[in-house]
Design a protein. Structure first.
Lengths: 178, 703
């Protein structure tokens, strides 16, 4: 019983971890001003729904040190022209070298993303396009939990057949002795 | 420590599936290890293996693997050559089988483990050369640049890559760790594994170009060029990678070439005897057990819930009319409903234990003239069926969830009804025959893992005072007429623990049982008789199940399909009535109860949604009531549902369906009797899936 409690606690105490553990697909790596800015997105391909956007800021030059204290702002422009600002953070990223934010993509199309980086007295901006596809049908997006009952049923049917064979073998064995 | 190092060291991520799986594996293994009384080193090896697995996929190594091939190689080394042998040293198969509940292991796994065909396949797979071929094929296939790049681009393929490495490694290391025959084959397999590993490593080390283009485009960390990184990866694969194959080869050589050691004394049968599993008893748990057994322990819980109920009434009558801003809109409909279902499925009927309506009942008994007995004609669950169905219909029809005032009036009506009935009628008639909420609790508690139960039946056999039922000078007995030696399951049990306090032999506990065990056998249940003969109990269960789907379906935003679904549910109810005629009373009643897991799965999924999207709304209401701080009413708006919420909801529904199908099969046993039931359960599941995947109205929340 206490094991159930431990298991439940372990599941409930899951932090608000980002959905995608490794930052996702590298979208661009660009030198801009004194920085090298890398953008990662997940999932791949991007679809209507939630997406994680992660930014890595490095110092441009041989050392290429990671600038953890750089301030990053994201400006997202939807296909219909509406814009939103996002403030990614290290806390939201599973890889704390990156700064991540959750981006809601309510419509398909080509979205524009502008990344503005500031560090001490330096600043730079890069832009890119994010192609967003239509959302998959909900039952496709949730196929793992939907596939579970048929899979378990198949395994159970198999189990019943094995049980029947075992009973028949046992009867045959007893019959041969009898 | 530099900022970068600190950031890296804090880059841990635990996907819920992984975390849950690791914890479950550790729990099951540890239980089995304890029962088998194995030496400690086995446990340490297994836990170290789990630790290595965690390091591979959840630690900062995983975060770095995106940028550095050398970090990725460390990850693969952990998956291929560190975690599997450590896990296998713990002999996990036998321990895990012992660690599972015996009935589960026997019922679900037994036929597979006893199958000669599967045993032949397992024997073939455990041959050393088979493991070598699979390991080599997996390693080389995934290191082909195209495959490697695919895994880097796609999380799903990446997980598949890791899973195949881990699975192949388990196959390879199993004969090595268990020194399976033919033993002579193990040594050449280890050497050949090292050879193929070294060949691949040499390719990485001596190549003059970067093999995996992704590492050319990704930002370079730590001032390490891509080619240097590849060489480092090759060295990691070569040197430590070779050691993990050569070290056991050397150990095995030394062991085989050494003179045989004197035979160790075999452990005595007593010391190898498997420990019988101890029955968990919550009443013997520290602190919690003390509180529950204490004379006023239950009173304390009831007082706390009474205080909350009074606050709900006061705020419902005098507070804001908007449900998201009112305690009466949030506590009963978002928090209380969800927490009672969680309690029912994880522990037991703690709502009835802490029921606030017990206190007006006590007042009624004290000041009333409770000399009458409950009318014989109403001594069944028919009244409860009608009241519960009416409750669910009225809740939706009148929109109680959206009206704090109506909710407050409902709670007041409940208090008055409890007071009135118990002031006129003896026994716990309100609980047993009337209370709609209680009936829902009783049905849900059929799945509870805790049961008020006799500890040692032999003690009750010698007891002729029957204090648990009749009471004694210091304590009343069970008001619901449940005689403990004959009590099976939680139906009609309010967890009042009067029987526990009355028992002079301290022979009643709150004991862990297999959830749903009452559903599979046609027991005679104390005070209810055989459930196969109780059509009223069966209909009560059906009301709970159908209401689970109906109340959720009605929330779907596009109401036209929701109406169709409701009509469908009504048609289903009519079909059930026809089914009752066709199947016969006994089978119909038992199969109706078999649907309870599915219904409770749907309740859990539905109420989890409300709790996950509305839990934050309590805080500003508390701030308003206590007049401190500046309530942020934006929290009363429906929160964004967590990404994984729909998956969790579907898994809860799936669990309910599978449990219902299993119980139904155990009851029906033949396809002609089973298939109509299975079809009905599957149809309900489809309705549930459609409901959970549809956009919901955010009831009780601002949108």
């Amino acid at each position: 019983m206490r094991w159930r409690a431990i298991l439940l606690a372990a599941l409930l105490l899951q932090s608000e971890a980002p959905a995608f553990a490794d930052g996702g697909t590298l979208r661009l790596t660009r030198a801009a001003g004194p920085f090298v800015i890398a953008l990662f997105t997940a999932p791949e391909p991007l679809r209507v729904g939630s997406a994680e956007v992660s930014v890595l800021v490095l110092e441009r030059g041989a050392a290429a040190a990671v600038l953890l204290d750089a301030t990053v702002e994201l400006r997202v422009r939807a296909p219909d022209g509406t814009t939103r600002m996002l403030a990614p953070s290290h806390a939201a990223a599973s890889n704390r070298l990156l700064q991540a934010a959750l981006l809601e993509l309510p419509a398909p199309g080509t979205w524009q993303l502008t990344i503005a980086v500031r560090h001490q007295s330096d600043s730079a901006t890069v832009s890119c396009e994010l192609p967003v596809g239509s959302a998959p049908p909900p039952f496709l997006a949730q196929w793992p939990p939907l596939a579970l009952p048929p899979l378990c049923i198949l395994l159970f049917v198999w189990r019943e057949r094995l049980l029947r064979h075992r009973v028949r073998r046992s009867r045959a064995a007893h019959g041969s002795f009898g | 420590m530099s900022g970068v190092a600190r950031a890296l060291l804090s880059s841990w991520s635990f996907p819920p599936g992984l975390a849950g799986g690791l914890v479950a594996a550790a729990i099951v293994y540890t239980r089995g290890w304890r029962r088998l009384r194995w030496p400690a080193w086995r446990l340490y090896a297994f836990v170290a293996g789990l630790g290595a697995l965690t390091l591979a996929v959840a630690s900062p190594i995983d975060a770095l693997a995106r940028f550095l091939l050398s970090a990725h190689m460390v990850q693969h080394l952990l998956l291929l050559a560190i975690a599997p042998p450590l896990l296998l040293l713990g002999a996990p198969a036998r321990a895990s089988l012992r660690g599972l509940p015996p009935s589960l292991a026997r019922e679900l796994l037994g036929p597979f483990l006893a199958s000669p065909a599967l045993a032949r396949i397992a024997r073939a797979l455990r041959r050393p050369f088979v493991g070598l071929v699979v390991l080599s094929a997996s390693t080389w296939a995934w290191h082909v640049p195209r495959s490697y790049e695919l895994a880097l681009r796609s999380p799903a393929w990446h997980r598949l890559e890791h899973a195949s490495f881990f699975g192949a490694a388990l196959l390879f290391w199993w004969p090595v760790m268990s020194a399976r025959k033919p033993r002579w084959a193990i040594l050449p397999c280890l050497l050949l594994a090292d050879l193929q590993n070294s060949a691949l490593a040499a390719l990485l080390v001596f190549s003059d170009r970067v093999l995996y283009a992704s590492y050319l485009t990704v930002p370079r960390l730590f001032d390490m060029a891509a080619l240097d990184d590849q060489i480092a990866a090759g060295v990691i694969m070569w040197v430590p990678g070779s050691l993990v194959f050569l070290a056991p080869a050397i150990v095995l050589c030394v062991r085989w070439l050494s003179p045989p050691a004197a035979a160790r004394a075999r452990p005595s049968a007593a010391s190898t005897a498997i420990m019988p599993p101890k029955q968990f008893d919550l009443l013997r748990a520290p602190m919690v057990g003390w509180l529950l057994r204490a004379r006023h322990g239950r009173r304390l819980l009831q007082t706390a819930s009474l205080a909350v109920a009074i606050l709900v009434i006061v705020d419902g009558l005098h507070g804001p009319r908007a449900a998201p801003m009112n305690l009466a809109g949030i506590v009963p409909w978002i928090w209380w409903r969800a927490l009672t279902v969680v309690a029912l499925l994880t522990t037991g009927n703690f709502f009835c234990m802490a029921c606030p309506f017990t206190l007006p009942r006590e007042l009624g008994r004290r000041f009333g003239q409770a000399t009458r007995t409950w009318p014989r004609a109403l001594r069944g669950k028919w009244l409860a069926v009608g009241l519960l169905a009416a409750f669910f219909v009225a809740q939706e029809w009148f929109g109680w969830w959206d009206s704090p005032r109506a909710t407050a009036m409902l709670v007041i009506a409940y208090f008055l009804a409890a007071f009135a009935i118990d002031s006129l009628v003896r026994g716990a008639s309100f609980c047993k025959y009337v209370c709609p909420v209680g009936q829902l609790q009783f049905v849900g508690s059929l799945l509870s893992p805790l049961e008020v139960k006799v500890r040692l039946p032999v003690v009750c056999a010698d007891c002729d005072t029957k204090d648990c039922l009749r009471g004694n000078a210091g304590q009343r007995g069970c008001e619901l007429d449940l005689y403990l030696p004959r009590k099976v399951g939680n139906l009609d049990c309010t967890f009042c623990l009067d029987c526990v306090k009355a028992c002079p032999h301290d022979n009643i506990g709150l004991v862990a049982v297999a959830p749903g065990r009452l559903l599979m056998r046609d027991h005679g249940v104390a005070s209810l008789g055989r459930l196969s003969q109780r059509l009223d109990v069966a209909l009560l269960a059906l009301v709970v199940v159908i209401a689970a789907f109906g109340t959720a379906a009605i929330m779907v935003r596009s109401t036209q399909p929701a109406r169709l679904v409701l009509v469908g549910l009504l048609i289903a109810s009519a079909l059930l009535a026809a089914g009752r005629k066709a199947l016969g009373r006994a089978l119909f009643c038992r199969l109706a109860l078999a649907l309870v897991p599915l219904g409770m799965g749907m309740w859990a999924a539905h109420l989890a949604f409300h709790l996950a999207t509305g839990w934050r709304s309590l805080w500003p209401v508390v701030q308003r009531l206590l007049r401190f701080g500046d309530p942020q009413w934006s929290l009363a708006c429906a929160g964004v549902a967590p990404d994984r919420l729909v998956s969790v909801e579907l898994l809860l529904l799936d669990g309910g369906l599978l449990a219902s199908l299993y119980v139904g099969w155990k009851i029906a046993r033949t396809p002609p009797r089973y298939l109509p039931f299975a079809a009905f359960a599957a149809a309900l599941w489809v309705v549930g899936v459609w409901t959970l995947l549809s956009p919901m109205q955010m009831r009780g929340m601002s949108t």
